[in-house]
Design a binder for this molecule. Structure first.
Ligand code: NAP
Length: 254
């Protein structure tokens, strides 16, 4: 297994939550990390904590010119190299089946899927030079059905399919892929989508904790451990790895 030390890693959506925790862990372990996001204040806070090993770049993953800036920044920070792309940026999209809005669905797929496909496409050439890896952040929403969350769940299902086809297509070029399926982690994801307030979050996460076989929600650092594994494990590609405290098992005490 490779070591992440010395690797150049681009993490989209690294200003908060799981992306930030990936940046922390990878910097602690000696990687050079470039994080992107739309909110500069969030990125600057992470940079203040992590220092010179962490580079920040403002940008929207849905905009091609911004994606080019992100990749250029990561290559610059990595002395011309990129060893791993972590497609982490995403939003939560919930809508009832009988209330679908076409623009809403297009936005969900554009942000959560198309942006990651485009960035991955652009990263192929530098990743080929380093025999690098592309990691997608999927979700337990493809293992557990949450009514109302079909727009989000289908974007995450798309990423799992993408992970397999990309593994087959890019394997001969020595680029590996992987998809992490996290269980519940307390982040801004649902707050940003306006699904609940910070006051409600505690109750919501307590309620969902019981769905996990291990009886608790996870941390971003625990998800980051899985991401690091997929980046570094040299004979692993095309897999969906559940890092989910067992929520995906669908435990039933019936
Ligand atoms: N938290 C969970 O329980 C959980 C479970 C399973 C999977 N996930 C997945 O984990 C990943 C990280 O989410 P999180 O939970 O850590 O939530 P989060 O803190 O909200 O992180 C998502 C990040 O994506 C960025 N982002 C969103 N849209 C963007 C855009 N158009 N352009 C650039 N950046 C964008 C956001 O930054 P800006 O708004 O500043 O751009 C934010 O920093 C996501 O893929 C999510 O689907 C989360």
């Amino acid at each position: 297994m490779k070591s992440i030390a010395g690797m150049s890693v681009l993490i989209t959506g690294g200003g908060s939550g799981i992306g930030r925790d990936c940046a922390r862990r990878f910097c602690e372990r000696g990687a050079r990390v470039t994080i992107s996001g739309r909110r500069m204040d969030k990125l600057e806070a992470v940079k203040a904590e992590l220092g010179a090993q962490c580079e920040i770049v403002q940008g929207d993953v849905t905009i091609q010119a911004d994606r080019e800036i992100m990749l250029t920044a990561a290559l610059h920070h990595g002395d011309g190299n990129l060893h791993a792309l972590i497609n982490n940026a995403a939003n939560m999209y919930r809508q009832p089946v009988d209330g679908y809005d076409e623009d809403f669905l297009k936005d969900a797929f554009n942000t959560n899927v198309v942006s990651a496909m485009m960035l991955s496409s652009m990263a192929v050439a530098p990743l080929e030079r380093t025999e690098g890896a592309i990691v997608f952040i999927g979700s337990t929403h493809t293992r557990r059905a949450f009514p109302g969350a079909s727009p989000y769940a289908t974007t995450k299902a798309a990423l799992e399919g993408l992970t397999k086809v990309m593994a087959a297509e890019l394997g001969p070029r020595k680029i590996r892929t992987g998809c992490i399926l996290p269980g519940a982690v307390s982040t801004e994801l649902n707050l940003r989508a306006g699904l609940f307030t910070e006051e409600e979050a505690k109750d919501r996460y307590e309620a969902v904790a019981g769905l996990h076989a291990l009886g608790r929600i996870g941390t971003g650092t625990e998800v980051a451990e899985g991401v690091e594994y997929l980046v570094c494990a040299e004979w692993v590609t095309g897999v969906a790895l559940e890092v989910d405290g067992g929520i995906g098992l669908g435990v039933s005490n019936f």
